[in-house]
Design a binder for this molecule. Structure first.
Ligand code: BJ8
Length: 420
């Protein structure tokens, strides 16, 4: 199977060994994990095995696989066309040397990492894709999609950067319609109202289950570690949607019971930290693992691998195709990415979330060279200060050189926080 996918087998083996070791060291050494995490341990152990086989089998049955890196790609339209969407790996240092054979060095590690997985032929998800769908969000991504098109079929959606104008709405809606056509052409399936309604239901159910898990983390002690919750969020982009929803709801049942019984993983006398900023594509577990190694739990993620993904649902107000597509726009234009301007909505959301999750402080993650999240940190910091919530900005990449330095900063930060 790996050969058919055109993978570099030698490098892929090195990657798998590194992943297994990293996962074992970080996740399996945690104490008192919820039993429901057993499923997610299994999924990660098979993320380059059974799950790829499922995708390959779908391809053999004539179905299409779509790869994406951004929440702005409307997955409802992918599923309505009977295709499958997968997130693409972009959270590992491992693939960056391959990327740097083509790309400049001084760009965000997430972009270099995903590009390197394609160039180095080490990501079976990438190599399973019939099409990669990109978007005009940050400069790094939109320019790299141009280069990526030389390696794999790539389609780019234009995402406006000012979201609250009539022109923006018109452009975005027309992009959603074009994407619908694109999916119909690629799959040969016409997207009917009923299939779109069913796809909206499917994705909404997935997000509701993720929100249930997230809501349980408001309790003290938190019933699940930030690392485990992060993994669930990361897996949501890879796993079969129905199975993931079922297992995530089972996990939520268990966490709700833990809360009722006062069972948790953290020490309730410690401060609670919220995470905000750039997304943590799999297998980027760096900041969560550093923070939690100091004994302080991470209780929420204001991130695309987190609340920005599951908070809002697509809620059609009518039954026509136009109403369904407008409902998609309505939900998607509310994802407050730092690529928007102005983006006060995100600032408000971060503050509200810190309060809802009783966070004693916020760790703000900036991936190196990510100007949008880096500069937006100024406004977020100011608003959090006003609300009485301290913020620590950490600018980092996927390397391990700065781990001890970050740990020292996190320890100093949490020492001055009081538990909420
Ligand atoms: S909706 S956050 S997934 S664009 S970290 S590549 S912004 S330089 S990932 Fe994102 Fe969509 Fe926005 Fe979410 Fe660029 Fe920054 Fe790198 Fe980033």
């Amino acid at each position: 199977m790996w050969k058919d996918l055109g993978l570099n087998l030698e490098k892929h083996d090195v990657l798998l060994n590194a992943l297994a070791k990293g996962y074992g060291d970080l996740f399996m050494t945690q104490k008192n994990r919820p039993a429901g995490m057993g499923y997610f341990d299994f999924v990660i152990s098979e993320v380059h095995g059974l799950r790829i086989k499922e995708l390959v089998d779908r391809k053999k049955a004539g179905k299409k696989i779509i790869g994406a890196f951004c929440l702005y790609v409307p997955e409802e339209l992918v599923y309505a066309a009977d295709a499958t969407m997968v997130g693409l790996c972009g959270g590992a240092d491992f693939s960056i040397p391959d990327a740097e054979t083509v790309l400049p060095r001084n760009i965000c590690p997430l972009v270099k990492s995903f590009f390197g997985f394609k160039v180095g032929a080490t990501c079976p998800y990438f190599n399973s894709c019939d099409m990669v769908v990109g978007e005009t969000t940050c400069d790094a991504k939109k320019k790299v999609y141009e280069v990526l098109a030389d390696y794999t079929p790539t389609y780019v959606m234009e995402i406006p950067h000012k979201v609250d104008t009539e022109q923006s709405k018109a452009l975005w809606l027309s992009e959603i319609k074009l994407f619908k056509q694109q999916m119909e052409t690629l799959t040969g399936n016409v997207i009917e109202k009923d299939s779109l309604k069913e796809a909206i239901r499917l994705i909404n159910e997935k997000k509701k289950a993720m929100k249930r898990v997230s809501d349980t983390r408001r309790a003290s002690p938190t019933p699940i570690s930030g690392l485990d919750a992060l993994l669930v969020n990361q897996m949501s982009f890879y796993d079969d949607v129905n199975r993931f929803t079922l297992k995530t709801n089972e996990l939520a049942d268990e966490l709700e019971k833990r809360n009722a019984d006062g069972v948790g993983v953290g020490d309730p006398s410690k401060p609670r930290l919220m995470f905000s900023g750039c997304p943590m594509a799999i297998p980027n577990w760096k900041l969560h693992s550093i923070i939690e190694s100091t004994g302080v739990p991470v209780v929420a993620e204001e991130s695309c691998i987190g609340s920005r993904y599951f908070t809002d649902l697509v809620e059609p107000k009518g039954d026509s195709m136009d109403s369904l597509l407008e409902a998609i726009w309505d939900r998607y234009h509310n994802i407050s990415c730092a690529c928007f301007t102005p983006n006060d909505d995100r600032v408000t959301k971060v503050v509200d979330m810190a309060k809802e999750y009783n966070a004693s402080g916020v760790v703000y993650n900036v991936l190196q060279y990510c100007h949008t999240y880096n500069i937006e940190a100024i406004k977020v910091d100011k608003a959090l200060k006003k609300a009485g919530v301290p913020m620590l900005k950490v600018e980092t990449d996927y390397g391990s050189e700065d781990v001890e330095q970050i740990r020292t900063r996190v320890e100093a930060f949490t020492e001055m926080l009081s538990p909420v």
